[in-house]
Ligand binder design. Structure first.
Ligand SMILES: [Zn+2]
Length: 195
């Protein structure tokens, strides 16, 4: 199943009845019900985006967004695809996975410096918070993601100690760059309240 987005609409085929559902992209809906058979659905797969939907989703989503720039003809990109699907399923509701075909939409790739494909970035509030060039295996992808994706899911991505270390590192980095100070304060307060 391929879920694709055009502009502010995401087109998703219902796996139960095969009906086409138009899902809101901005802000993105990560769950709902099929308009035809009423089966509940959750967004568990990467979304193939164009320029307009990439902009709409990344500007209006608070969740971390994992974007992978790839070329359908590239063997490393094809090898990485099943691992991306698996991690998108595991982190459903906690992260959004987007795929950009750089043959069809080269401009987004240029903007993010995607020269060696696949090239992956994690975005939050429209800013790149981490990037990774080249193909990596599922274990390495999971380790990379676990520092940025809320670990509170039924199946934690990585050991809690590692998450705490990485959260400490991220706070230290953000204090250095002093970016979005207000947002960081709010996050720290929420974290302190949760601890
Ligand atoms: Zn349906």
């Amino acid at each position: 199943m391929t879920t694709t987005a055009h502009g502010v609409s995401i087109v998703r085929t219902c796996p139960v009845c095969g009906a086409t559902n138009n899902i809101r992209a901005a802000p993105i809906s990560t769950s709902g019900r099929c308009h035809a058979c009423k089966a509940a659905w959750r967004l568990t797969e990467p979304i193939l985006v164009d320029e307009a939907s990439f902009a709409a989703i990344t500007r209006n989503t608070r969740l971390p967004i994992v974007t992978v720039f790839c070329d359908a003809r590239s063997a490393p990109c094809r090898r990485m695809a099943p691992d991306l699907h698996e991690l998108a399923r595991e982190t459903s509701g906690r992260a959004i996975f987007l795929k950009v075909d750089t043959e069809q939409h080269p401009q987004i790739g240029y903007e993010f410096g995607a020269r060696s494909l696949p090239h992956s970035v994690i975005l939050r509030d429209g800013q790149v918070i981490s990037d990774q060039a080249g193909a990596v295996g599922q274990a390495a992808l999971r380790r990379w993601l676990c520092a940025y994706v809320d670990p509170s899911g039924a199946r934690p991505l990585c050991p809690t100690v590692f998450v705490r270390l990485m959260n400490g590192f991220r706070e230290w980095l953000s204090s250095l760059t002093n970016r979005r100070a207000d947002d960081d304060d709010a996050t720290s307060i929420r974290k302190a309240a949760r601890a």
